[in-house]
Design a protein. Structure first.
Length: 151
């Protein structure tokens, strides 16, 4: 894999911080608490009785729609923002297309009191207005910039 030389020191710093956090019981406990009590992990399994009526089959749905934020992306951004805070970073910058990553980032930043900026293309803003609405609820300031939304 190719990585521009200028990024190597930053990536090494990130790797070191990740390994340290992975082995830190306090960090892991905070992350687990956020996943359970904020995000809603683990999500429920729902038995679909009507779909299997008259058969010996049991069918379960994993209810990701019940997760706070509505997607698995909440899991990763909570961990990433906790790690960024541990590293002394002061803000989060994200990009989103369909808006789910932007919603998860805005949600986690609001919970962890971390300023964030989310970039989203103008066409995506038009197509994904419900997600844009949700991001705007959680981001302190937003503006349109060169036909793109910056939250």
């Amino acid at each position: 894999m190719y990585v521009p030389e200028i990024l190597v020191p930053v990536l090494k710093q990130l790797e070191q911080a990740f390994v340290e956090a992975q082995n830190d019981p306090t960090f892991q406990a905070e992350f687990a608490d956020l996943l359970k009590n904020y995000a809603g992990r683990p999500t429920a399994l729902t038995l679909c009785r009507n779909l299997t009526k008259g058969t010996k089959t049991k069918l379960y749905l994993k209810r990701e729609d019940l997760l706070h934020g509505g997607a698995h992306k909440t899991n990763q951004v909570l961990g990433q923002i906790l790690l960024a805070k541990r590293m002394g970073k002061t803000r989060i910058i994200a990009e989103t297309g369909a808006g789910q990553h932007g919603v998860a980032t805005a949600l986690a930043c609001a919970m962890l009191d971390m300023p964030c900026r989310v970039y989203m293309g103008a066409k995506d803003v038009e197509r994904q207005s419900p997600n844009v609405f949700r991001m705007r609820l959680m981001v302190r300031k937003w503006f349109l910039y060169k036909k793109a939304l910056v939250l």
